[in-house]
Design a binder for this molecule. Structure first.
Ligand code: AVJ
Length: 315
């Protein structure tokens, strides 16, 4: 396994993110810190909720379009950014089996990567599986090269980046691409605000627990004393920006000590701290942003209900 990101790099980034986020106004925390073991398990649970449609819809598109993706790309290498549980990966790997020689799952955490990679390698004899621990906003140029690469960024995770970061990311992807390479991008689409809010504020409270998990992570890794029960989950549709915002709202005046940063922060009753944006797209925005990054859309697919999109783009 190649490691461009060490546990020490990650620890430093967490410290910087938490210090910046808790000392800013308004307070914020970046969503990448949701995903420790418990957070990843909670996210898996979210994907099975009735209200959370994106995972099922993306899978529907992948199953329907995998042969089209294979025919259009004839990919030799599949690079998957933010390779999660690998379930959707299997659909792609099976469809691409005629041309594919290697699979490169890329993730910021090596914890699940090695195991997932071993499972995939066992099921696909002849396929070279080469997991890479890297931050895809930082290490794109270091990823394996070669001809006819398919770079997959699925799940709608692109929506977690603020617009400026997104533009930088897409430009960075484009910069690593040559003729014959493709980007396969999963993006959630703008829809009825009620459905969007329900997808991020489920009746069983799993998303609320997922949101509060970032406080557990900070308590453990930075020796903090957040009382997660003293924060309420908030999911709101920002119609102007066309994104869902998740926040944690302090239920009372409270002081929190982050021992690992030697930092004390006060929350006022009702104060809200943003923990995630999840942008929702329209085709014209994807066109414009991919175009600005120097790519063009080869194919644009949605599920039958038009809830979610998969875009195949090329330089
Ligand atoms: C996996 C990052 C795309 O934004 O929908 C799920 C994460 N947050 N419920 C999303 C998430 C709240 C998810 N992504």
């Amino acid at each position: 396994m190649d490691r461009f990101l060490t546990a020490d790099d990650l620890a430093k980034t967490l410290r910087r993110d938490v210090r910046d986020g808790l000392t800013g106004t308004p307070k914020t925390l970046p969503p990448k810190w949701f995903y420790d073991e418990r957070g990843s398990a909670l996210f898996e649970e979210i994907t099975e909720l009735e209200e959370y449609y994106p995972t099922r819809r993306e899978r529907e598109i992948l199953v329907a379009r995998a042969p089209g993706i294979a025919a259009a790309t004839r990919a030799r290498t599949l690079l998957e950014l933010g390779a999660g549980s690998g379930e959707k990966t299997r659909v792609l790997l099976d469809a691409l089996s005629g041309t594919l020689g290697s699979y490169v799952p890329v993730d910021v955490s090596g914890d699940f990567l090695e195991e997932a990679a071993a499972g995939i390698a066992a099921d696909h004899p002849g396929l070279t599986v080469r997991p890479v621990v890297a931050d895809y906003e930082q290490h794109l140029p270091l990823l394996p090269g070669g001809e006819r690469r398919l770079i997959a960024f699925l799940g709608g995770t692109i929506g977690n980046m603020p617009p400026a970061e997104r533009i930088g990311f897409l430009g960075g992807v484009r910069a690593t691409m040559s003729d014959g390479d493709f980007l396969l991008l999963g993006a959630d689409l703008v829809k009825d605000a009620g459905r969007l809010v329900r997808a991020y504020d489920d009746a069983a409270g799993v998303t609320a627990e997922f949101n509060r998990n970032v406080l557990h992570v900070i308590n453990r890794d930075l020796d903090a004393d957040f009382d997660p029960d003293a924060f309420e989950h908030v999911a709101a549709w920002n119609a102007a920006e066309e994104w869902i915002e998740m926040r944690l709202r302090s239920v009372r005046d409270q002081d929190v000590r982050v021992g690992g940063l030697d930092l004390e922060v006060s929350f006022a009753a009702g104060e809200e701290m943003r923990t995630e944006i999840s942008a929702k797209f329209r085709r014209d925005r994807l066109d414009a942003e991919l175009g600005a990054a120097g790519m063009e859309i080869a194919e644009f697919w949605t599920d039958r209900d038009g809830d979610f999109s998969l875009t195949l783009a090329r330089p």
